[in-house]
Write a protein that binds this ligand. Structure first.
Ligand code: GLU
Length: 250
């Protein structure tokens, strides 16, 4: 199977920079999928989170500069863990424009297929410095959906710091229950996106919108908690701990 796995900033970085333990866990779980013969593409945020502690000045471009400083630090951590498991990893920085420009898109697919056929782990992030707009957390959610659709992945797994969608706001309502399966993403499902990210932008909503895009184009999407050990392996089985969004048959 071909998996696209997206890991969010909040799952791998904190105030003091990267959470190396979490990176170790992610790479270990990817290595287990590799051993079973699966293909994995990782879409990882965390460049800004890794760079911010080193960029202590006021500037309207602070986040972009932090991304430039943090991206190699982020990659260094992944490469370090991957090497311990004899996995070769490569970095790809893309823009959403690359999916609308036919030549760029063909080139992207060609290079990604080549990496996957040689068992190299592609680690994708948005090319934050070259992006014209300001940077927002959660931009990688939709980007990962575009990657999954573009590469015809079997599954998109979006890992965050929540277990998935709940029937009620889990932060305030003890009777809330985790929704295991979603067959149709409609306004009712979107109204259950309670969690906000640190910067106050709709954290869960961005993920559900990414799931909507991917499932419409035939890619099953799972949202789960990156802090739960074995979360990726669960995606292979019916007992995934999180919310599974069924793909539309196309
Ligand atoms: N590309 C940004 C980073 O690596 C984050 C975008 C996102 O959180 O989705 O820090």
């Amino acid at each position: 199977m071909r998996f696209v796995i997206k890991i969010g900033t909040q799952s791998i970085s904190g105030k003091s920079g990267l959470n190396k333990g979490r990176i170790r866990q992610i790479v270990a779980e990817i290595a287990a999928l590799f051993k079973l013969g699966h293909e994995v593409v990782l879409v990882s945020s965390g460049a800004i989170g890794a760079g911010l502690p080193l960029v202590q000045f006021k500037s309207p471009l602070r986040k972009k500069i932090a991304a430039a400083v943090g991206q190699p630090i982020l990659m260094q951590s992944y490469i370090h863990e991957a090497r311990k498991r004899r996995i070769v990893a490569g970095q790809i920085l893309i823009l959403s424009d690359d999916f609308t420009n036919r030549k760029h898109f063909k080139n992207f697919v060609l290079n990604m297929e080549a990496m996957l056929s040689h068992k190299i782990l592609p680690i994708i992030n948005e090319n934050d410095v070259m992006k014209r707009e300001d940077l927002r957390v959660n931009d990688n959610d939709m980007l990962s959906a575009m990657v999954a659709v573009g590469l015809r992945a079997d599954k998109l797994i979006i890992l965050t710091n929540q277990d998935g969608l709940y029937t009620k706001n889990p932060d305030i309502d003890k009777n809330s229950e985790l929704i295991k399966n979603v067959t149709k993403i409609d306004s009712k499902i979107k109204s259950l996106c309670f969690s906000k990210s640190d910067l106050g932008v709709g954290g869960m909503l961005a993920k559900v919108k990414a799931a909507e895009y991917a499932t419409q184009k035939g890619v099953e999407t799972l949202i789960g908690n990156g802090e739960r050990r074995g979360i990726m392996g669960g995606a292979l089985r019916r007992n995934f701990y999180g919310t599974r969004f069924m793909a539309k048959k196309i």
